[in-house]
Design a protein around this ligand. Sequence first.
Ligand code: PEP
Ligand code: MN
Length: 337
Amino acid sequence: MVIVMKPQATEADVDYVIRRASSLGLKAHVSRQNGRTLIGLLGDTRGLDLGVLAGLRGVERVSAMTRPYRLASKEFKPEPTVVTVRDCVVGAERIVVMAGPCSVETPERLGEAARCVRAAGGVMLRGGAFKPRSSPYSFQGLAEKGLQLLAEAREATGLPIVTEVLSSEQVPLVSRYADVLQIGTRNMQNYALLHAVGESGMPVLLKRGMMSTIEELLFSAEYILSHGNPNVLLCERGIRTFETYTRNTLDINAVPALKELTHLPVIVDPSHATGKASLVRATSKAAVAAGADGLLIEVHPDPENAWSDGFQSLAPQEFSRLMAELRPVAEAVGRSL
Ligand code: PEP
Ligand code: MN
């Protein structure tokens, strides 16, 4: 339920509404837009007499929420959420590009990838230390050693780190090294993990499940938000369709759809969405044109010899070219890079 206050409502009116709501067992979440105060109410509102709240001083109207998720919805919080990661701001005017190898491999390769990402204008370094591989025989990641290498690369370049956490037990360990906890597509509905990253308060990059709907993605975000963590970035990374030419199908619809439904920043991962390095430039530009707040891109100094996802990773010069081509697209939609 959302209470819309009158433009002339005072702070005292708002405080009084919050106190009355809390006496009814409801938790209030206050947001402001265009000089208007909105009070979202969480809790069991069944059987509640709306007239009690509607009649309070300063209240313009009380409306039921039309979306089944609450904290993630724009009805609840109309203003865009901005997530701050060290000195990077995600969800503001500037498009943020997070890039790096699929997996952390050697210190030399990670260092080279990080330098290339920074030189081309990337603002965060991605890299997996714990890899969720489809086959148990594939490289599973360097685990804590990989996290240490990421921390060293951050030390050397100043780029904050985005890295995946696979289980709730791993959250404390990965949080000691990472700046952003990545939840992979296979774990989007691992509710124990969502609960744990929610309690951690760390910025979270939540990837859409490869077979999940936009609404299911928002419900997963709701798990994190409802455990007290507002720092959620949503990531469209392609979904399974009947098409086999590409690894997944980039659901470009999801970008403006999410912008319509939620205040959370939207990131697009064209590397996993296409599975082909040759398609990453065009789809990155499409994502920015469609309103994405950022991109997550796989970059490797030697893609042919990468230990995972080399076929979809950009070489350094390809990444620089992509960044140069993205700038005018960002400007065309009123953003910068
Ligand atoms: C990754 O980012 O390397 C990854 C494993 O992504 P996803 O979970 O989207 O497959
Ligand atoms: Mn990958």
